[in-house]
Design a protein around this ligand. Structure first.
Ligand code: F6R
Length: 613
């Protein structure tokens, strides 16, 4: 959601900014712009639409000369996507230029005040208020840095800001609160960006700015200040992953690449934590005594990460006899949850920056609960704030629709369940050993789902069903949780209306929507519930539905009697079956989206990292 890049150096800035913004396209945006400093001038080019359009307007950056600048991709919040509302925004007298990610909550009050002082506005954005506010203090006689500081003292909300001042032609200032921003240490140049891929081609030495931090930098030096305005030292962290991790590597889309990376991502996440028949979680400090004192676990997250939470309820409750309650982060923070020392709050987030999840984490801590986060992005806000963190080693996930992050989050939940069971003594050794063995085999089984043979079968199903207007995903128990994620994948990238229902719920209402040709995806992987789900399949078939079944290899013949087409997965323990079932559902959504001509990696209206409420 909104991408920021800034550069101060000796090369032409505009091509570097365009290149960086391209690497941030995955975050989602609807307009783009750059501001280039050229001696005393601030030259802006911005336009609604794709970055390629902006790039064309400025001849790949060549028509905007200058070696310092800020760039932005905007995901509209205040004001429609338009040229005027695109960033950068220039203050009324032209002295300050600003790019912004986040939301200024008190912008209307500030705008009114600034208008009263004679400032004119040209957009509907909250960001233009920031530019004018900084310029107001600058005109009062404060220097560039103090003007920014005084402005951020007045604004409420979330922000990562990149700021230029006409009178400081070599200097950029960046400041952040509740929106991600990194600083990149270059050789004779320096950078800011919303995320590492934007600058990875140029530097591997970065630092993650903390809330309240400000950096004032030129090509040759950088000065960091904390929220109180005191100078602080920031040490660069070396990024070890390769640029190829943030590139398509021969795949048509990031999503397809990330689907295929799942066996490795799951292996990388599981294997360092499984040693000599035991789950070893050195990264967290939850002792058996603490776990025994727990009366409840809340799992708090958004979107797909929340669906991992729904899975976790079945898995942890079954293996640990510990009550688990999944809650949407956007609801949790306003629900007045009952928390205390006997409650563990498990936070799940790929980006580690999701605004609602971050706010829920703060709420949980404020209410005295211990927090444990499952996060993919090292150094992200959630990773820093949680009491304990377990990283999913999925590598950078670029496609907006999550795949490998979801799979690795689920693998961590499996690990945690085994770890808790190990500490609580809730499993007989033989059952523990059996699950441990199954978990070890997961990456290889996921690999088997990504062979040419399975994929071409799914492509065939996609070609058969891609024109359906309504799709229902049904399943029981853990399969019903898998339905939630399978259905979300289809809606978000293929724009098909789809709903997920616990199969037993169908006849309590939604079955009235089934008519000739409605597609029902029926997941039936649990042997104990197979027949029951097949009864539900019969009910929808009797009303004209076409049914795509998903089950395990052993039910191949059985399911063929009831459905129009079937996808088979290898066998594992029913508790771990969702780790396998989701893979063909991701592929199905991918190929359906492809056949419908959708922009798979950048679905409309969506952003990768949702940093506003
Ligand atoms: C769907 C998807 C989203 C995210 C959600 C949470 O494919 O990616 O539903 O799961 O926005 O994001 P994180 O995990 O970054 O907190």
């Amino acid at each position: 959601m909104c991408g920021i890049v800034g550069y101060a150096g000796h090369e032409q800035a505009a091509p570097i900014l365009l290149d960086g913004l391209e690497k941030l396209e995955y975050r989602g945006y609807d307009s783009a712009g750059v501001c280039i400093g050229d001696g005393g001038a601030l030259r802006v080019a911005k336009a609604k639409g794709r970055l390629a359009h902006l790039s064309e307007l400025i001849d790949g950056g060549r028509s905007l000369q200058g070696t310092i600048g800020i760039g932005h991709t905007r995901w509209a919040t205040h004001g429609a996507p338009s040229d005027e509302n695109s960033h950068p925004h220039i203050a009324d007298s032209g002295k300050i230029a600003v790019v912004h990610n986040g939301i200024i909550e008190n912008y209307l009050k500030l705008k009114e005040w600034l208008v009263g002082l004679g400032k004119r506005f040209h957009s509907e954005t909250d960001t233009e208020v920031v530019a004018n506010l900084i310029e107001h203090f600058y005109d009062e006689g404060f220097d560039f840095r103090m003007s920014v500081r005084k402005a951020v003292e007045r604004i409420e909300g979330s922000y990562a800001l990149g700021i230029m001042c006409r009178d400081y032609p070599d200097t950029l200032i960046a400041v952040k609160k509740d929106s991600p921003l990194i600083f990149g240490f270059g050789d004779g140049c320096n950078y800011i960006a919303s995320d590492v891929p934007a600058i990875l081609k140029y530097t591997r030495e970065v630092c993650y700015l903390d809330d309240g931090d400000m950096v004032m930098f030129t090509a040759s030096d950088a000065h960091f200040f904390n929220g109180a305005g005191d100078p602080v030292e920031k040490r660069p962290e070396h990024i070890t992953w390769d640029t190829s991790a943030a590139e398509k590597g021969g795949y048509a889309h990031f999503m397809l690449k990330e689907i295929h990376e799942q066996p490795k991502a799951i292996r990388d996440t599981l294997s360092p934590r499984m040693k000599d028949g035991r789950v070893v979680l050195d990264d967290i400090r939850l002792t058996p005594e603490y776990l025994k004192s727990l009366s409840r676990v809340y799992v708090v997250a958004c979107g797909s990460a929340y669906y991992v939470g729904v899975q976790s309820k079945y898995i942890i409750e079954k293996l640990c006899q510990l009550p688990v309650e999944p809650v949407l982060a956007s609801e949790f923070r306003y629900a007045d949850p009952v928390l205390g020392a006997d409650t563990l709050v498990l936070i799940i987030s790929q980006s580690g920056e999701t605004a609602d999840t971050l706010a829920a984490l703060r709420e949980a801590k404020a209410r005295g609960a211990r927090t444990l986060a499952i996060v993919n992005v090292v150094g992200s806000s959630i990773a820093k704030l949680a009491d304990d963190v377990i990283y999913t080693w999925a590598g950078p996930e670029i496609a907006v629709a999550t795949t490998k992050a979801y799979s690795t989050q689920l693998a961590v939940v499996d690990l945690l369940a085994l770890y808790f069971a190990q500490c609580l003594g809730t499993l007989p050794q033989a059952r523990y050993d059996q699950l441990y063995g199954e978990l070890q085999q997961l990456p290889a089984k996921v690999e088997r789902l990504l062979t040419e043979e399975v994929i071409s079968r799914i492509q065939y199903d996609a070609s058969r069903f891609f024109n359906n207007r309504d799709v229902f995903y049904i399943g029981r128990n853990l399969d019903s949780a898998t339905c939630l994620e399978g259905s979300l994948k289809l809606k978000e990238i293929a724009y098909i209306h789809s709903e997920a229902y616990a199969a037993g719920e169908l006849k309590h209402g939604p079955i009235s929507l089934i008519e000739d040709g409605t597609l029902v995806v029926a997941i039936a992987t649990n042997p104990a519930l197979f027949d029951k789900t097949m009864s539900n399949v019969k009910e929808v078939k009797a009303r004209g539905a076409e049914v795509l079944g998903l089950t395990t290899e052993r039910f191949a013949d059985e399911i063929a009697k009831s459905v129009d087409s079937a996808i088979l997965t290898p066998e594992t323990d029913p508790l771990f079956q969702p780790n396998l079932s989701i893979v063909p559902l991701q592929c199905f959504a991918y190929y359906v989206a492809l056949m419908r001509g959708c922009d798979v990696d950048k679905p409309r209206n969506l952003a990768k990292s949702v940093t506003v409420e």
